[in-house]
Design a protein around this ligand. Structure first.
Ligand code: FEO
Length: 396
């Protein structure tokens, strides 16, 4: 972050932490650019509030940042928009110093604060839709925004400054040394999309409800709790609209794994054939690919094609893992095909097809080949590809 006062709006200060070294989140999401835990200090003429805290281990840094503006002991409120420890994990340290501060959270949020952080009843303030707290010349309003991505999540809105504190919503996992999104450059949008895929895509109905509320508010700034602040939020709101309910692209994601080249030979024909039909196609070899990129491309893809050899009567473990993510992460383009190869007994295609169908996918075609594919198998791979391409062309 730049040195000096990080006042993003009158009386609104960034007091967070950039975690440059963190490389994984939720024990499976790679963080090539680290992440930030954004905490915001709101100072009114009578009272003050801290919105969200930081990951455990950074309590000292948070308290030092607050001290630049206000003695932490004087805090009146700690607002918990979300109970996940990357934002709420330092609440015990803050409440220990700010002895008179009350914790403000949603109905489910206060229960979670009690369960996870041992915040006693007498220090809780439970808020609901449109409740406010007055800080003196500043009013903070609370907006229910459940399931983004936990049940207790809510937003806080600074009504005077028109700043929306959205916690994970509109977040991105990155450190850049920049406070504002427009200072970050081209890296931000793909990272915001990857974040959306991993955190918000499974909850697209809640995302749409929240978007409708955000659009009514017409915030002038959006201050999420990961990544940069948006001082011109229209673009990120429009991207969320597109990702959550916009038309899908004429795009197919092909994900595959191959042990001896047979499944890969089929993949090459499938990829080339779909591409020859004027449909964008993105192949991912799971042996060397990051599944978070797969999920990111599936945000607006119309179809997915999955290939795997048979291993121990089922699919290769990498294909099983990827298919589980595809089937359970709220992918909107629910057209699929499955292919693979086997030596002496099949099973991969059956296993993957069953999982995708359970996830609501329509299986357009399935192809399982014994041994190295021959001319007739490549012809079948072409018909599978044409079926996918036709379906995508007709759907979009
Ligand atoms: Fe960034 Fe759901 O915590």
């Amino acid at each position: 972050m730049p040195s000096g006062s990080l006042e993003i709006s009158s009386g609104v200060f960034w007091v967070g932490v950039e975690d440059w070294d963190r490389r994984v989140f939720d024990a499976f999401i790679p963080l090539p650019y680290g992440t930030s835990y954004n905490s915001y200090l709101i100072v009114g003429s009578n009272k003050s509030a801290l919105i969200d805290t930081v990951n455990p281990g950074f309590e000292g840094s948070l308290l030092r940042e607050i001290s630049q503006i206000l003695a932490p002991e004087k805090l009146d409120y700690v607002i918990m928009n979300h109970a996940e420890p990357d934002h709420a994990g330092s609440i015990p340290a803050v409440l220990k110093i700010a002895k008179h501060a009350k914790l403000v959270a949603s109905k489910l949020g206060v229960n979670m604060a009690e369960m996870y952080f041992k915040v006693p009843h007498e220090r809780q303030i439970r808020v609901k839709e449109n409740d406010v707290i007055e800080l003196g010349g500043k009013t903070l309003r609370f907006i229910e925004a459940p399931w983004l991505h936990w049940p207790e999540t809510m937003f806080t809105y600074d009504m005077a400054e028109k700043v929306l504190f959205s916690c994970d919503f509109f977040g991105s996992h990155m450190t850049s040394g920049k406070l504002y999104a427009d200072e970050v450059g081209k890296l931000l949008q793909p990272e915001a999309k990857r974040y959306y895929a991993e955190i918000m895509m499974p909850f697209s109905a809640s995302v749409q409800q929240a978007l409708d509320k955000v659009k009514l508010l017409q915030p002038e700034k959006i201050a999420p709790s990961h990544g940069p602040v948006y001082r011109d939020p229209q673009a990120i709101i429009e991207l969320y609209e597109k990702w959550a309910r916009g038309p899908l692209e004429k795009k197919v994601v092909v994900i595959y794994v191959s042990m001896w080249g047979n499944t890969e030979a089929l993949q090459r024909v499938i990829t080339e054939t779909i591409s020859s039909k004027g449909i964008e196609v993105i192949p991912y070899n799971l042996t060397v690919s990051d599944v978070s990129h797969v999920l990111r491309d599936l945000v607006d893809a119309s179809a997915v094609v999955i290939g795997s050899p048979t291993v121990l009567g089922g699919a290769h473990p990498l294909a099983m893992y990827a298919t589980e993510l595809v089937a359970s992460f709220g992918v909107r383009g629910k057209i699929a095909a499955v292919f693979g190869s086997f030596g002496w007994g099949g099973g991969a295609v059956r296993r993957l097809t069953a999982r995708l169908e359970k996830g609501g996918f329509e299986i357009v075609d399935a192809l399982e080949v014994r041994g190295p594919p021959e001319e007739e198998h490549f012809r079948r791979a072409v018909t599978l590809s044409e079926a996918i391409a036709d379906k995508v062309a007709g759907e979009t």
